[in-house]
Design a protein around this ligand. Sequence first.
Ligand SMILES: Cc1cc2nc3c(=O)[nH]c(=O)nc-3n(C[C@H](O)[C@H](O)[C@H](O)COP(=O)(O)OP(=O)(O)OC[C@H]3O[C@@H](n4cnc5c(N)ncnc54)[C@H](O)[C@@H]3O)c2cc1C
Length: 578
Amino acid sequence: MIETDVLIVGCGPAGLTAAIGLAREGVRVIAITKYAQLAPTARAHCTNQRSFEIFRDFGIEPQAMASATPYTEMPNFTYLRSLSSDVEFARLRGLQLDDEDNLNASPCTIADLPQNLLEPILLTAATQQGAQVRFQTELTTFDQNETGVTAVVRDLLTGQDLTIRARYLIGADGGNSSVAKALELPFDGPGRLGGSLSIHFDCDLSEYTAYRPSHIFYILRSSTDRGGPGLGLLICFRPWNTWQFIKGYTAGQETPHLTTTEAVDVIRDYLGIPEIEPKVTSIGKWDLNSLCASLYQRGRVFCMGDAVHRHVPSNGLGSNCAMQDAYNLAWKLALVLRDHAGAGLLESYSQERVPVGQQYVARATKSMQLHRPLLEAIGLADPNRPEGDGDLARIAANSTDGAARRRGIQETMHAKIHEVRARGLELNHLYQSVAVIDEGQQPKDTGRDLELYARATTCPGAHLPHAWVQRSGHEVSTLDLVGQGRFTLLTGIGGDEWIGAAKAVAERFVLDIAAVKIGPGCEVTDLHHEWAERREIAENGCLLVRPDAHIAWRRMSTDTDPEGALTDAVARILDRQA
Ligand SMILES: Cc1cc2nc3c(=O)[nH]c(=O)nc-3n(C[C@H](O)[C@H](O)[C@H](O)COP(=O)(O)OP(=O)(O)OC[C@H]3O[C@@H](n4cnc5c(N)ncnc54)[C@H](O)[C@@H]3O)c2cc1C
């Protein structure tokens, strides 16, 4: 029997992120995948600021950025009849990378990082940290008791079964998760909405695309087109040569199995360019789902990623959410395995991540449902629509009908901003759990749409606001002061008692707590005064920041008994005796 601390089933974005987060804390990790290789095609690609912050904490942000395409090269989303046609209905600007909100929200930027380029970076980091990764190894059964989990895995090369005894098991085994099934996790949502066909291909389309640089070209089809009204998505991975074409099918339709010749035919038809010679690199089918589990843990077994939240690709949330689940759980498991925290801390994983999963599933489903109103406003779903340039003529008509169509398009595109610029959705999570002591504190109302705009607050449960500060003369983010698998106490001028308390509490609990004072003459300075604007606490107050950069506890100013207050807070958060 092989023994380990954590067995991770799955080497997608969730499993590999968990492997890095655990292995770097010295936890013994075995990660298995039933396949002989990592994701062979792009799949997920929009990689958001929170995910890049995780890469930054892991020290792999430079590698990730080097493999990514910046969205400045393909900033728009374009809605048109075909690539060859001049008829364009709308353009939507994506996230404005240089706008002030974006720059203030994070030291990192979003970028397009296809899954087949990301996973090798994660795998390298995981193995460098000491995780053992086994390909062609499939979980067949598992059973748990009070002390651990016994799993039987099959080596698909030899057909031999191996027994692995782990203290914990993570099911990061994707949308058909056998772990979630075996745990009988409760799922909510309508389930399968339909199917989807993906064709990856290489072709120089610069003549049709470079002058209107877009990340996604939405090709709108009419009632008289082959296949009827609907949408085809042309997604650019490398301007303007590497592409993915996606076509969705409703639950009642069967997603076809295409040969390469048929796939080329579909691409030519949708793009409206019969003479192109696309080189098809892969054809795949996958399900469009709308489902989220309301519990991610049973006993010593946890699930994450697509295993527990399954949604359509709109908003590009799938792999981001998967990695962020893993980052949330890894530090907690590491502390519990080292006896630095009680098992009660692990309950916070479901409490914190289920609401995020539910919010993402709801948002992605809603975004996808906006396609139909757009087709209707233009008139493409109308069986009696005019041929040729008639669609444009109807939209351009100086008539009540024309005005209604123009208004309909404008309103739909306005709603679609929530699909392409939902920075707040990605950044504003406010955790409420046993690992956060909020004492009824709530963030101030910003008066802004919290799905669209990031909110900087130090309210317990929130993510630490980013501010540029200086350490040894170098510009760093406040996020660079925290993380690295440890707790951090942040204070300012007048906060010496908090620094002393952090040292005492660290010794008492045998815990790594970094203590950082920010202000003039301190080890970290705030020359731009960005931290002063965002910290909300007084200079002599303090923030206790968790290893995942979420704020666990705060004191607005000094306390009569700083050591006692901090001791109580840490004991509560870590499920330990004060
Ligand atoms: C064809 C396709 C296209 C997609 N396109 C997009 C997109 O455009 N945008 C987007 O945001 N998302 C897209 N997704 C979804 C995105 O890829 C997922 O959200 C993301 O991969 C989730 O990561 P994960 O780690 O949870 O699971 P996965 O990446 O699915 O990884 C699952 C892992 O579990 C392993 N596994 C499963 N069962 C077992 C077992 N019994 N034993 C051992 N190992 C097992 C697999 O080998 C794999 O390593 C797409 C998915 C697919 C399949």
